[in-house]
Design a protein around this ligand. Structure first.
Ligand code: HEC
Length: 206
């Protein structure tokens, strides 16, 4: 039996039909390409992991610079001014963790798309305790393996968030001494190199 196309290519209807087919194929390709490029430029573009990592780098750098070049220098090296938890009453410098919390609060007033916090399962300030399942799981995960950030998603209210947690390590003896001696600290057995908590970075996904 001979297979017959409805419109053989050599007839005018066949040519039109072949052209239409080619056009559809090209158009499809264009739509796919278009779809691809729209995805690259229209949606966030940067994977949330990379975005959270970048935000964390900035936060860490700011905290380190403040601790090293403001607190350590002015308090410990030059004896100009002390850092104190009661910095307003004592007319002193805020502690690095307090600076961090104040900047996080200011950011929260400006946007609900990105937020961050320095939290711990053993917080001096109860406002720094984990509140969501992802925060709890993240802090647990970085305490078990500080070298690996925790990445997860969570839905809070109507919004889906990407939540990353990075280990916060006792990098200097001062971290350990102050936290272990603090009256509000639930732990007095931190050691140098321990994970004392974590930096949580949260990004809205929609
Ligand atoms: C002079 C005392 C002092 C030193 C030194 C210090 N901290 Fe803290 N840290 C505090 C206080 C007070 C808070 C609570 C701040 C607040 O009100 O949010 C805090 C908060 C934190 C938190 C959030 C959870 C909590 O306990 O409330 C982490 C995590 C943390 N510090 C880790 C560190 C690390 C790591 C270092 C060293 C690089 C360090 N701290 C050095 C006093 C100190």
């Amino acid at each position: 039996m001979r297979l017959r196309t409805p419109f053989p290519p050599w007839t005018s209807r066949g040519v039109v039909s072949a052209l239409t087919l080619a056009a559809v194929v090209i158009l499809n390709g264009a739509v796919t390409a278009c779809g691809g490029s729209t995805e690259a430029t229209g949606s966030p573009g940067i994977p949330p992991e990379a975005m959270a990592d970048a935000i964390h780098h900035v936060l860490e750098s700011d905290r380190t610079v403040y601790a090293r070049h403001v607190v350590n220098r002015l308090q410990d090296e030059e004896g100009v001014i002390a850092a104190s938890e009661q910095w307003e009453d004592d007319r002193a410098l805020p502690l690095p963790a307090q600076m961090f919390r104040m900047s996080a609060q200011l950011t929260a007033e400006k946007t609900d798309r990105v937020s961050y916090a320095l939290l711990s399962p053993w917080p001096i300030n109860s406002r720094n305790a984990p509140r969501t399942e992802a925060e709890e799981a993240g802090l647990e995960s970085v305490a078990a393996d500080p070298s690996k950030p925790f990445y997860g998603t969570e839905t809070l209210g109507d919004t889906e968030y990407f939540t990353a947690v990075y280990a916060d390590i006792a990098v200097s003896p001062a971290c350990v001494t102050c936290h272990n001696a603090h009256a509000d600290s639930p732990r007095d057995d931190f050691e140098l190199g321990d994970t004392m908590g974590g930096v949580v970075v949260r990004i809205a996904l929609d």
